[in-house]
Design a protein around this ligand. Structure first.
Ligand code: CA
Length: 230
């Protein structure tokens, strides 16, 4: 069960968000102002998997709260809710340490997808300690150092390659859709196409499969996406 803290003063928006996230199986705590949210997070930030934070709030603004959270080194992922056409606010949100943002009015499926992607991203990061050495077949990967002994010899992996590996390792046996992989690994970075995912998989196969044309670890699930098995 994931716990989400919703900070939103608009009744209609708050009601809609809470209802939809609860129907997806999340527990939602809804507070109407940033001061109350600060009190709650300062005493139990670890209780929450995600904060959905409106910017325009009575009293302390969402941006001020975000700044306080990051200054206090509370790293709970934050999805900001911003007003459409307000580019400078979005930039400020990211500068203040927001993990993602959504412009109002937003579609419910989009909100649900973003929340799902953010939770998976933070769980993937939590579940695989980055100092861990992992093995795929006969190859060894040092995720923290981003170094690997691969079929092509010693290589340095890019951040995205490491994130993709972490995602696969934390969802072994599960079919991952290309769109979900993009969401989780690439997040807000200038949306690449699903072809990008295919290219990265090909690269991982060349590094960590004995024969990249006969993959045994990074498997294609036809019409759906990819599945990793050890
Ligand atoms: Ca508001």
């Amino acid at each position: 069960m994931t716990r989400i803290l919703l900070v939103e003063d608009e009744e209609l928006v708050g009601t809609m968000v809470r209802m939809n996230l609860e129907s997806e199986g999340h527990e939602v705590v809804w507070l109407r102002d940033a001061e109350a949210a600060w009190q709650t997070l300062a005493s139990s930030a670890g209780r929450f998997d995600l904060v959905l934070l409106d910017i325009a709030l009575p009293g302390m603004s969402g941006l001020d709260l975000l700044e306080k959270l990051r200054a206090a080194e509370l790293g709970t992922p934050v999805l900001m809710l911003t007003a459409r056409s307000d580019v400078s606010t979005k930039v400020a949100a990211l500068d203040h340490g927001a993990d993602d943002y959504l412009t109002k009015p937003f579609d419910v499926p989009e909100l649900v997808a973003r929340v799902k992607a953010m939770i998976r991203r933070s769980q993937a990061e939590r579940e695989i300690p980055t100092d861990q050495l992992v093995h795929i077949g006969e190859y060894e990967i040092d995720l923290r150092a981003r170094r690997a002994a691969s079929r092509e010899g010693a290589v340095t992996l890019s951040d995205k390659e490491v994130r993709l590996l972490q995602l696969f390792l934390s969802s072994e046996g599960e079919t991952l859709k290309r769109a979900d992989i993009l969401d989780i690994v690439w997040g807000m970075d200038a949306w690449p196409s699903e072809r990008t995912v295919d290219n990265f998989i090909l690269r991982l196969r060349k590094l960590f499969e004995l024969d990249h044309t006969q993959p045994r670890h990074f498997l294609t699930v036809r019409g759906l996406g990819y599945r990793f098995v050890h």
